[in-house]
Design a protein around this ligand. Structure first.
Ligand SMILES: Nc1ncnc2c1ncn2[C@@H]1O[C@H](COP(=O)(O)OP(=O)(O)OP(=O)(O)O)[C@@H](O)[C@H]1O
Ligand SMILES: [Mg+2]
Length: 206
């Protein structure tokens, strides 16, 4: 196995790939992609696609998805602003642990308020990248993959982001992906390119 590493020290790049036969120790920390966006914007879809792309690159990657975390680690939390903040605090702490072990960590949580994302950034600190998965309420509502918008419109869900709770778009994300006007393939490829350029996981040469 050989690694292609060009001037990685100075750029703080990650080395998070594994060889076919043995796991290489990370030469540098991984990174955290913090996806924020409305329900139905495409966070989970793109997080899973990115994870598959990174797996094909032989890179360590993990998805921390809000829905899955809320079924276990964060099952005790509701959707008030304070509980969302705690949801994000716990997720960011877990993300930082994986990042320190060399993983590319893809966090997929609505994280609706700027203060929520600021907390995540302050916990993760290094190699935190804010990713706006951007789509309008109208487009997300037309997709409504989980039927949540319909339930929110019927008044069955309180504090539903975009309908009865605020969403504050990030003012200067590291990358914004407009999923209303792109295919899943194109959006995933942009994200993949971003990771390769900014986190710069090493590639295994033949
Ligand atoms: N360019 C795109 N990128 C991502 N998803 C897209 C795109 N175009 C259409 N979609 C569709 O939008 C839907 C997004 O649903 P998804 O569950 O990924 O949203 P989410 O942001 O994770 O929502 P939630 O916050 O409720 O978990 C999927 O049905 C997906 O196929
Ligand atoms: Mg999701």
């Amino acid at each position: 196995m050989s690694w292609s590493a060009d001037d990685r020290e100075g750029q703080g790049a990650a080395s998070v790939c594994q060889s076919q036969s043995k796991l290489a120790l990370p030469l540098a920390p991984g990174g955290v992609l913090w996806m924020t966006g409305l329900s139905g914007a495409g966070k989970s879809t793109l997080a899973q696609r990115l994870k598959a792309q990174l797996a094909a690159d032989r890179c360590l990657a993990i998805v921390l998805d809000g829905d899955i975390l809320r079924s276990g680690l964060n099952a005790d939390l509701g959707f008030s602003s304070e509980e969302r903040l705690e949801n994000i605090r716990r997720t960011a702490e877990v993300a930082a642990l994986f990042r320190d072990s060399g993983f590319v960590v893809v966090c997929a949580l609505i994280s609706p308020e700027a203060a929520h994302r600021q907390l995540a950034r302050s916990i993760v600190r290094e190699r935190y990248f804010e990713v706006h998965i951007d789509s309008s309420v109208a487009v997300c509502e037309s997709r409504d993959p989980k039927g949540l918008y319909a339930r929110a419109r019927r008044g069955e869900l309180r504090e539903f982001t975009g309908i009865s709770a605020p969403y504050e778009p990030p003012s200067s994300p590291d990358i914004a992906i407009d999923t209303a006007h792109s295919s899943v393939d194109d959006a995933a490829e942009r994200l993949h390119a971003f990771v390769r350029n900014r986190i710069r996981p090493l590639t295994v040469e033949a």
